[in-house]
Design a protein around this ligand. Structure first.
Ligand SMILES: [Zn+2]
Length: 44
């Protein structure tokens, strides 16, 4: 038996019982940063 699990989506090696990041990928935080930058620009 393998000592690690392989993500069936991206093929990355994961610890037993651990989910790959590609599975928990949601809304990118970069968008929030962009929104904050816009707000700052408006304030200024
Ligand atoms: Zn993955």
């Amino acid at each position: 038996m393998p000592y690690y699990n392989i993500c069936p989506h991206c093929g990355s090696h994961l610890d037993p019982g651990e989910r790959c990041d590609c599975q928990s990928k949601g809304p990118e935080p970069k968008q929030r940063e962009s929104a904050d930058e816009k707000k700052e620009a408006k304030s200024a």
